[in-house]
Ligand binder design. Structure first.
Ligand SMILES: Cc1cc2nc3c(=O)[nH]c(=O)nc-3n(C[C@H](O)[C@H](O)[C@H](O)COP(=O)(O)OP(=O)(O)OC[C@H]3O[C@@H](n4cnc5c(N)ncnc54)[C@H](O)[C@@H]3O)c2cc1C
Ligand code: SF4
Ligand code: SF4
Ligand code: SF4
Length: 408
């Protein structure tokens, strides 16, 4: 039964709780803050439905898929800047809303908890925009509401991590023409409890509640992204991903869900069969040129996996600047496409002291880079920014383009 399920496999998707006919499953957080199903044995009828719909048990893999692959970004600067990557999701979502549909995705609530919500107006779409580096909670009500929308014939765009899409597919048992799913290459989700502890620490320092949080702020560029917090008393906190305690804990793999370290949603045998559209960051060298690609405002990778994916992409293509690239090359430079995030040797110690130490001390002990690395990184950053300011970076780019026979 699902409650006896291996913690390494359970992704906390909540589909079992939503699918149980007598609703006797509740998702409860463990000591690390990740939710797992708990069954009320007295009410359980042993029907076995929860096992049947658990995606972690019934994952089906296909042959190696080779989707059409693009590098792309949104032509609208505002949409692009307020998104985590190239701002593709917002155009897909807006299109579905304009066609009378509804969109589901992850949003921060007033208490800064991350949950899946349903959006049916263009104004509310901004709540879904941007990566939230915390596991998003999906209540049974969300699964109910998706089912009702689909039954009523409404167009539905459902977005989330690949495992959340896999969970919805198993829950619905496939075949919905009016459903389009959008996911992303995923390195893992941190614990909501770790996020809560970080917020407590920040709120204590600023003596005020966090009003808004941005995990991928682009004020100092996309590649050098920061976390930005706005407080009720008007103060702001912004720190680069290389120096912020929470982002470092996330990136160093000390606070991810156990299932993320052995994630089943990796590679060409699963991702092309899981979701209609897959988005990602365009990191590293992918040959293919776009005007403005080097402006450091965010560029996405887009993988189209199905006719429904192609069709939606076609309908937004006027709003996007894009060019097709080689699939193999694109995934070869995005490690999270292929392999799960490595687990930090400090993970257990980090969680065992989560309640005892301040967030700053936890970070210093278990997630901060050594002094030499930080020094080298800062020296490189200053040198790069200076070279950019005085035009050396642009000159090198022009030289490279000329050598490769591209327009400069
Ligand atoms: C936890 C997490 C890990 C990621 N890891 C990688 C990675 O390793 N490599 C990579 O290339 N890209 C990764 N991404 C994806 C990438 O950063 C962009 O989010 C993606 O390319 C879409 O960008 P966008 O600009 O089009 O849209 P955006 O507006 O930035 O994305 C919004 C979309 O993200 C969804 N979303 C945001 N937070 C969550 C969440 N916590 N749970 C579920 N869905 C969420 C929203 O529902 C919406 O669909 C990750 C994203 C997240 C949230
Ligand atoms: S359905 Fe989801 S929450 Fe339930 S056991 Fe399976 S993976 Fe875990
Ligand atoms: S076996 Fe049936 S009744 Fe029992 S928890 Fe699973 S779905 Fe619910
Ligand atoms: S890494 Fe895998 S298991 Fe973890 S949230 Fe992403 S898709 Fe789900």
């Amino acid at each position: 039964m699902v409650s006896e399920m291996d913690r390494i496999k359970c992704t906390g998707c909540g589909a079992c709780a939503a699918g149980c006919p007598v609703r006797c499953i509740e998702l409860k957080p463990d000591g690390e803050g990740f939710v797992y199903p708990v069954i009320d044995r007295e009410r359980c009828t042993r029907c076995g439905i929860c096992d049947e719909i658990c995606h972690a048990r019934c994952l089906v893999k296909g042959g190696a898929g080779r989707p059409a692959t693009f590098i792309a970004y949104n032509k609208d600067q505002k949409d692009r800047i307020s998104s985590s990557s190239g701002g593709i999701f917002i155009s897909l979502a807006r299109q579905v809303i304009l066609e009378g549909g509804v969109v589901y995705g992850a949003a921060l609530d007033e208490d800064m908890r991350v949950r899946h919500i349903r959006v049916e107006t263009e104004d509310c779409l901004s709540e879904l925009q941007g990566s939230k580096y915390v596991q998003s909670h999906i209540s049974p009500g969300v699964y109910d509401s998706v089912s009702e929308d689909l039954k009523s014939g409404r167009r539905v765009l459902y977005s989330g991590t690949p495992c959340q899409i896999g969970a919805l597919n198993c829950f619905l048992a496939g075949g919905q023409d009016n459903l389009v799913t959008v996911s992303f290459i995923c390195r893992g989700v941190p614990s909501p409890l770790v996020w809560e502890k970080y917020l407590d620490w920040q709120q204590g320092r600023k003596r005020s509640k966090v009003r808004r949080a941005f995990f991928r702020n682009k004020d100092s560029g996309w590649s050098d992204f920061s976390i930005k917090l706005l407080f009720e008393n008007g103060q702001t906190y912004r720190r680069r991903h290389t120096d912020d305690p929470y982002l470092q804990a996330f990136l160093k793999g000390v606070c991810l869900r156990p299932a993320c370290h052995s994630c089943q949603y990796k590679g060409e045998q699963i991702l092309p069969y899981c979701t209609d559209i897959l988005l990602a960051d365009k990191w590293g060298e992918v040959s293919g040129d776009l005007p403005g690609i080097g402006d450091d405002k965010g560029v996405s990778l887009v993988f189209l996996h199905s006719k429904k994916g192609y069709s939606l992409w076609d309908r937004i293509s006027e709003q996007i600047r894009f060019t097709e690239v080689d699939f193999k090359q694109a995934v070869s430079v995005n490690i999270s496409y292929r392999v799960p995030a490595a687990v930090s040797e400090h993970r257990d110690a980090f969680f065992s002291e989560l309640n005892a130490l301040s967030f700053w001390r936890l970070y210093k002990k278990y997630a901060r880079s050594p002094f030499k690395t930080r020094l080298r990184r800062n020296a490189y950053r200053i040198a790069y920014k200076t070279a950019k300011k005085i035009g050396v970076v642009a000159a090198v780019k022009r030289f490279r383009n000329r050598k490769a026979g591209k327009p400069s």
